[in-house]
Design a binder for this molecule. Structure first.
Ligand code: ADP
Ligand code: MG
Length: 297
């Protein structure tokens, strides 16, 4: 049993190899000696190039790695104290909800309210409680007005919000989002980002979020901690502000820094200044102060 002060996610020296795709082929090491702790209520941002292990990490959090994928594991992943190797995926699903990148793959093709009721129905939750959960989960992502619509008719951003609601209806402690906005247009992206923000405000320490994201602006906005994966290893980690302003180290791992951080870095090189910013809103006053200081001097 986990003590309440324990981190909700505890990963120790976790190495995972997928089985060889072809007989006689080599297994693929997708995660290589990962150690990570995430406290309850945090939003951990995970980034890295394609193939760096982000999706495998997501699957390891809900037990599909290794239960569904086979392969070999060293080290351990614990969620709420449960060792994912020892607990069946169906049981882990009551603690960890996973939303994938492809809006179509998250939904089964029912009406919005049936999509959201699907999970709790499978868990055997009593009918009256299912109705309450559906109401709450749809409101939490701003989709209550679409409850009677077929999910197939929704926009990408709406589908992803319904997918998040469907997972929330299982009342997980951990919400894992694997590039939830990668296939969305700017409006859809904004809808999903706002839904994640609202959820975190509402649930506070009761919901821990793992957000895999390639968009540095979104990481800067949503994540408190960031890890950068490269070839299955964590190559950078720390508070979002520290990691996302390390423009050169990010580039070395093949990922972009937020634009404001990039501009600050270039100005620093040109002006000998020490500007640091994650967003344009931060960069503007810092730059103004620097320029005014320059005029006075
Ligand atoms: P990302 O999500 O960062 O793009 P993945 O976790 O999907 O990375 O993949 C990590 C590595 O594992 C890659 O080398 C990828 O080719 C490999 N991989 C992913 N899924 C499988 C699989 N089902 N079987 C074998 N290798 C896989
Ligand atoms: Mg992936």
């Amino acid at each position: 049993m986990a003590r309440s002060a324990d981190p909700i996610i505890q990963i120790r020296e976790f190495t995972y190899r997928y089985p060889a795709v072809e007989p006689g082929g080599e297994p693929t090491t997708a995660l290589d000696g990962i150690s990570l702790e995430v406290p309850a209520g945090a939003c951990l941002g995970v980034t890295g190039t394609g193939g760096s292990g982000k999706s495998t990490l997501c699957l390891a959090l809900n037990g599909l790695v290794p239960h569904a994928t086979g392969g070999t594991v060293r080290g351990e992943v614990r969620i709420c104290g449960w060792n994912t190797k020892e607990v069946p995926v169906a049981r882990l699903a009551t603690r960890v909800g996973l939303v994938f990148q492809d809006p179509e793959s998250n939904l089964v093709g029912l009406t919005v309210e049936d999509e959201v009721a699907f999970g709790p129905e499978n868990l055997g939750v009593p009918r009256a409680e299912i109705a309450a959960r559906v109401d709450w989960a749809l409101a939490a992502v701003g989709m209550q007005d679409a409850r009677g619509r077929p999910s197939a008719q929704l926009s990408g951003g709406q589908k992803q919000r319904v997918a998040i609601a469907a997972v929330l209806a299982m009342q997980p402690a951990v919400l894992v989002l694997d590039e939830p906005t990668a296939q969305l247009d700017p409006l859809g992206k904004e809808e999903v980002a706002a839904a994640i923000e609202g959820l975190r405000r509402e649930r506070g320490p009761d919901l821990t979020v793992v957000l895999v994201e390639q968009d540095p602006e979104l990481l800067a906005r949503l994540a408190d901690q960031v890890v950068v994966l490269d070839a299955g290893r964590i190559v950078l980690r720390g508070p979002a502000r520290e990691v996302l302003t390390r423009v050169d180290a990010l580039a070395a791992a093949g990922v972009f820094a937020p634009q404001a951080a990039e501009i600050a870095e270039r100005l620093n090189a040109a002006l000998g200044s020490d500007l640091a910013a994650l967003t344009p809103e931060e960069l503007e006053p810092a730059l103004r102060a620097r320029l005014q200081g320059g005029r006075r001097g």
